[in-house]
Design a protein around this ligand. Sequence first.
Ligand code: G6P
Length: 473
Amino acid sequence: MSRLVIISNRLPVTIKKEAGDLIYHPSAGGLATGLNSLDESFEKIWIGWPGQDIKDEWERETVRQDLKKDGLFPVFLTQEQIELYYEGYSNKTIWPHFHYFTQYTSYRDHYWEAYQQVNRQFADEVIPLIKEGDLVWVHDYQLMLLPAMIREAYPDVSIGFFLHIPFPSYEVFRILPWRKEILEGILGADQIGFHTFGYMRHFLSAVYRICGFEHHFGMLTVGDRLVNVDMFPMGIDYNKYAHPEPASEESETAQKIIQLAEEQKLIISIDRLDYSKGIPQRVRAYANFLEKHPEYRGKVTLVMIVVPSRANVSQYQALKQKIDNLVGRVNGEYGNFGWVPIQYFYRSLDFGDLTTLYKVADIALITPLRDGMNLVAKEFIASKEASKNGVLILSEMAGAHNELHDSITVNPQDRQDITKALLQALTMDEAEQAKRLEGMQEKLKQHDVRNWAATFINEQKKLMESQKENIVK
Ligand code: G6P
């Protein structure tokens, strides 16, 4: 049985210090769920940052021992590394750049130095853990130099790399001063995966123009190695959303949500607070809808959940201000004593409340300016398994749009387009809602997160076996 060595910036558990105690919380996200489902066929270990600056060596040792029982190995980052590598190069350089926000990109050498140094620190943690026959799987934009660093230590180990965010077009990518080093880092892997065909095409084009490697049906020859580049759109844990475990009793929040849905048409929007999500544009489009269609005032409510994220990064702080102001303005202008047009919450919802919201919502309004995939769109569709009632309005800039053709497609910058989509969604008959939902549900059921992880791993395994055969021959 092969062993899987997973490396991601964040571990599937995040440590928080509460009243001096170390508390372990599960990290949110599809990645942890998907990879946990591979238990039967793979023994696995996971290396990553536990999300907290733990200085004390005694505390670090306690964390190491606690996590080891679950096959988790922490990489501890100092406050300075968090600032320069995580908030800096990862989230002020790569994140905006790869999402086409080049006006937000910082080009600072000391961020780059910290990025190289932390990738090296991850390599130093991982290298002693690797055994012969292991499959190594590196995740996301925080660790793009890591595949080549592992390759240097183990010329024959099988390495996969998956990018969870968009890969931008060559014309944007080429602006990055460290473009060649980034590509060479990723090319240390044997298999490189993206959510969509577009991201994969942009990557191959950048590799050709910057490194000079041509591909043949996604297969690159890098030195004496074959590298497979392919698309693997990530799915969700379908059943978890289609058949959520009933809560022992509904929370007060869930009851309020249900009550609101009885009185109003509910439009929902759920995102991390991020400029790539198009939140101000969405609020303005909703205000435009209320302006153009006054007959809907008092009859619809936008429930907007904005999950705090990367709060130390200045652009995120500025965006928070902007959203607070805009929501206040729209509610002030259109609301009345009996009706608040936007119910806005700056926090995350627990799972029971989230699934209640999905279940009773009439419309999901998901309009990112750029999004690697967007799993919320998929979760909303799965949550409609029983009712077959609900409409998804989805930005064409989300990776998920490539699979969810039966949504209403919008350009997130086009206020009139979103206004029309809202009207179309609010007046769509139930038969059409059901027809659209069923088509999308079928797809998501088949291509769930287990299938995503298994497909990636099986392809990588096949490649590993064929590489071995070639060496033997
Ligand atoms: C995106 C990235 C992930 C990241 C997540 C949350 O989905 O692709 O790598 O973990 O955002 O962001 P955070 O900065 O809190 O890890």
